[in-house]
Design a protein around this ligand. Structure first.
Ligand SMILES: [Zn+2]
Length: 390
């Protein structure tokens, strides 16, 4: 733990750099980076890489063919050999398509900074850079080797980065995730539900709805029977939800439908519940004679369980206290890349990024005053975390 005096001096130094933080945030937000447009994500990645190189970091591009390249940053790149590793996770991509800036420009108003991706999570990327600056200025290098992994496809489920994230996490003593904080008090996310999507494909047999309906097998009817069964799998008290979110079936108003398709959103708080739910879905059998069903998909992000975060959260709260700030925790419905690392048993703390409101919406914004505070918090965590993650 840094002495409180040193911690507060670090925060004061970062508060004085607030204008520079905002200038960098503006530059980042104006470099639009929708997950689907590789050239745009790569252009933004080069901007981020240049900022780290300017700070003496070692930056490696991990090329991907269709999605944007991922960035692996080691900082500081030189210095004494360090034992243990801290992994900091963030993503370069946003959910906003190219041109969003025209109707949603970067702007400052009422103590907030607005713009596509300001909160999720370009603010977090700015926080990381200024945390590194603050440690360099205080001549207080991290005790562990720090790897920052900036990936390009988090918003679409991390298909091309998951293996990389997991490999790096297994080498690390702790994982810090710069996803947005929760609420305007900046709560950390110490619990996240596992998330998945399943698809139920129903096959029946077509027939004329008036002449020979008895020869058909109604796929929409079968789907409805399955929906009623699946509804019983919900257990909100344990944080288990299975929600039919898309349904389609049939071809014409007078034809018994031969095919139907149902999409299910899956959530669970515990790994055991996640597995049990997947098993129950796999065990579904058709009800109507002659109908066939097939289940595809399942959980794509396992839950982040509280025990993976508890010790790290206690450390973060102590660090915040040294800064004269209070810090709280909460659970979050959505998943992040922290879910992957926590499921491997690596201590993981999520929600260390910017404080703000309305992610993924036209009103997305962050609290300007919280930028230096979050950078100071991250700096102190990086400086003081030891190899057991506590
Ligand atoms: Zn995010």
């Amino acid at each position: 733990m840094l002495p409180s005096q040193q911690a507060r001096a670090l925060l004061a130094g970062l508060r004085a750099r607030r204008p520079a933080m905002l200038r960098l945030l503006e530059k980042f937000v104006r470099a639009e980076s929708p997950t689907e447009v590789k050239s745009a994500v790569d252009r933004f990645g080069r901007l981020v890489a240049a900022e780290w190189r300017r700070r003496g970091a070692r930056v490696t591009f991990l090329p991907r063919r269709r999605s944007g390249d991922h960035l692996r940053v080691i900082w500081p790149a030189t210095g004494p050999r360090r034992r243990g590793q801290i992994l900091v996770l963030g993503h370069l991509d946003t959910v906003y398509e190219l041109g969003t800036l025209r109707n949603m420009p970067f702007r400052l108003a009422r103590g907030r900074a607005f713009g596509p991706g300001a909160f999720d999570m370009k603010g977090g990327l700015v926080i990381a850079l200024f945390a590194a600056d603050a440690l360099a200025r205080a001549r207080c290098p991290p005790r562990r080797r720090v790897v920052f992994l900036w990936t390009s496809d988090e918003e679409t489920g991390s298909a091309t980065s998951r293996a990389l994230i997991e490999r790096e996490a297994l080498r690390s003593d702790a994982v810090l995730v710069l996803e947005p904080a929760s609420g305007l008090e900046g709560r950390l996310k110490t619990r996240r539900k596992g998330v998945g999507t399943a698809e139920l494909i129903v096959t029946g047999r077509a027939a004329h709805a008036g002449l020979n309906p008895q020869d058909g097998v109604n796929a929409v009817h079968e789907m409805a029977l399955q929906v009623a069964r699946i509804a019983r799998f919900n257990d909100p008290g344990r944080g288990i939800t299975v929600s039919p979110t898309l349904a389609a079936g049939g071809t014409r108003s007078n034809v018994i439908p031969a095919a139907a398709r149902l999409v299910l959103d899956l959530r669970a708080e515990r790994q055991t519940d996640m597995r049990a739910l997947e098993r129950r879905l796999k065990r579904l059998r058709p009800v109507l004679p002659g109908a066939k069903i097939e289940l595809r998909g399942g959980f794509s992000r396992p839950p982040l369980e509280h025990r993976a975060s508890a010790a790290l959260f206690a450390r973060a709260r102590e660090s915040a206290r040294a800064l004269g700030l209070s810090l709280h925790e909460t659970s979050a419905g959505g998943g992040s890349d922290g879910n992957f690392t926590a499921a491997l048993g690596v201590p993981t703390l999520d929600g260390l990024g910017a404080v703000g409101e309305a992610p993924h919406s036209a009103n997305e914004n962050i609290l300007i005053d919280a930028l230096p505070e979050r950078a100071a918090l991250l700096a102190i965590l990086l400086a003081t975390l030891s190899s057991d993650g506590s």
